[in-house]
Design a protein around this ligand. Structure first.
Ligand code: PMV
Length: 341
């Protein structure tokens, strides 16, 4: 390694899980495999200034404001990954980040944030070690991102991405994410919309760290982990055949199961708000009345991700969202993204 002062910049998108990761073992090993869509437009842009020969310290700025708490988190994270990047504690870092989506919108900024930091680190590693293999570097970036925030490891690849060992996905691993084979994905899933309705912009009442921890004592956890594993069997078929109806059923079931797990934890959490339930019911009514493929998924929060394909019905669906669903959001907020690959 030849360590010199450098400034690198990277951008990384967020992602939304279809089969959810909820529950983990030591060292960020997921209790079940998960699959997500990478969001094309919800991104974190990060610039990392590395000052060699200065004592190790981290300063972080989010949209121009210094973030001391986040810096402490990153310092801890860097110490934790020193065994994989031996040079990492040999300098000072000034990290500047900005998100292309509203802060605290409930869109996973930790996924895009840790993804972008991991990419910056691998960029520096390539400069210091003098060897850069694109594929190896991406895999190691995914591995490192996982140690920051589990779901972040899926943000390193575009399209559909799997994290966690599954018999259904060759090459899948608990240690890093892999892209789902493109040739096994029906075209209908390659041009999809994800519109996030901002139902509630406040702080979440449970962090994902606490949430994962609660699965340790949840009496339904083992069955849930098993079900998620089993769900990869129909998911694989669905993705291949373009069976939208089964996709809708599976994805909504996964979202509701995630929330059911939180409700059955001790202590219990209800992260849905009144608006979340109103929107879900309106989606179900709309689907019953029109048979059009509008459906939802949820993260560990109140906001609703509205999913629908670009298969000719999107204009009717967009009209419905803007005329009926937007009134349930705070400040009529919606973040529009499109997953195209
Ligand atoms: O990556 P974490 O530890 O913030 O966990 C996120 C878990 C969910 O977003 C709720 C589900 C998922 O698979 O992304």
């Amino acid at each position: 390694y030849t360590i010199t002062s450098q400034t690198v910049s990277e951008s990384c998108p967020s992602n939304i899980a279809l089969i959810k990761y909820w529950g983990k073992y030591a060292d960020q090993i997921p209790a079940n495999p998960s699959i997500s869509y990478t969001l094309n437009h919800c991104k974190t842009n990060t610039t990392m200034e590395f000052l060699a020969d200065e004592p190790f310290s981290v300063q972080t700025y989010l949209a121009g404001n210094e973030e001391v708490k986040f810096a402490e988190k990153i310092e801890k994270y860097f110490k934790n990954i020193e065994k994989y990047l031996p040079w990492i504690l040999k300098g000072k870092y000034i990290i500047t980040t900005e998100n292309t989506f509203p802060h605290s919108s409930g869109i996973a900024s930790s996924a895009s944030g840790f993804g972008a930091i991991a990419k910056c680190l691998m960029n520096l590693d390539g400069i210091f070690s003098g060897k850069v293999s694109e594929q190896e570097s991406l895999q190691k970036a995914s591995f490192l991102a996982r140690l920051g925030s589990g779901s972040a490891c899926r943000s390193l690849y575009n399209g559909l991405v799997v994290w966690g060992a599954s018999d259904e996905v060759s090459g899948s691993s608990d240690l890093f994410a892999v892209p789902y084979p493109n040739e096994e994905v029906h075209d209908i899933f390659k041009d999809f919309n994800d519109w996030v309705l901002l139902i509630h912009e406040g702080q979440k009442s449970v962090s994902s760290t606490v949430g994962h921890g609660l699965m340790k004592t949840n009496p339904y956890a083992e069955r849930r982990f098993q079900e998620a594993k089993e769900n990869f069997v129909p998911m694989k078929e669905i993705l291949k055949n373009g069976d939208l109806d089964s996709f809708i059923k599976l994805v909504e079931h996964e979202a509701l199961t995630l929330h059911a797990m939180m409700m059955m934890s001790d202590p219990a959490f209800i992260l849905m708000k009144v608006g979340t339930l109103e929107v879900i019911n309106k989606i179900w009514d709309f689907r019953r009345e029109t048979q059009l493929p509008l459906f939802f998924t949820l993260d560990a929060g109140a906001n609703v991700h509205l999913l629908f394909p670009n298969n000719g019905s999107e204009e009717k669906i967009k009209n419905f969202i803007e005329s009926e669903l937007l009134q349930h959001t705070q400040k009529n907020g919606v973040v529009k993204d499109i997953m195209k690959f």
